[in-house]
Design a protein around this ligand. Structure first.
Ligand SMILES: [Ca+2]
Ligand SMILES: [Ca+2]
Length: 120
């Protein structure tokens, strides 16, 4: 069936999500998966956050890349509006901080020689 070939460029290609789209869907699904464990299903409580961290951010592979200081900083600044819970906006900023830390660690010592490390 010609229309199912991988290099077909018509609208049917939209049936499979790109890596980036999958990453975005995963972010939302992970948040929802933990935030809905109690009555406030649009907020992560301390308990829900602890469980998420334990199950979703525990692999040695990831921790080998992200410096403990970056993780600590991300945790400290999580609750931006100081209401004791983490909403999706706060969670997405947390993930962005982790992604930047991971990106920096991955690219440490590679390229950009002579250019100072500027904070974004
Ligand atoms: Ca909740
Ligand atoms: Ca909050």
């Amino acid at each position: 069936m010609a229309e199912l070939q991988p290099n077909f460029t018509g609208p049917i290609v939209k049936y499979s999500m790109s890596r980036l789209e999958k990453a975005i869907v995963s972010m939302v699904e992970v948040f929802e998966g933990y935030a809905t464990k109690d009555d406030k299903n649009r907020q992560l409580s301390g308990t829900e956050l602890a469980e998420l961290m334990k199950k979703e951010l525990a692999s040695p592979e990831f921790h080998g890349k992200v410096e403990p200081a970056v993780l600590q900083e991300a945790m400290t600044n999580l609750d931006k509006n100081h209401d004791g819970e983490i909403n999706f906006r706060e969670f997405s900023m947390f993930l962005a901080t982790l992604a930047r830390g991971y990106y920096r660690a991955r690219n440490k010592g590679k390229g950009n020689k002579g250019k100072p490390d500027k904070p974004e």
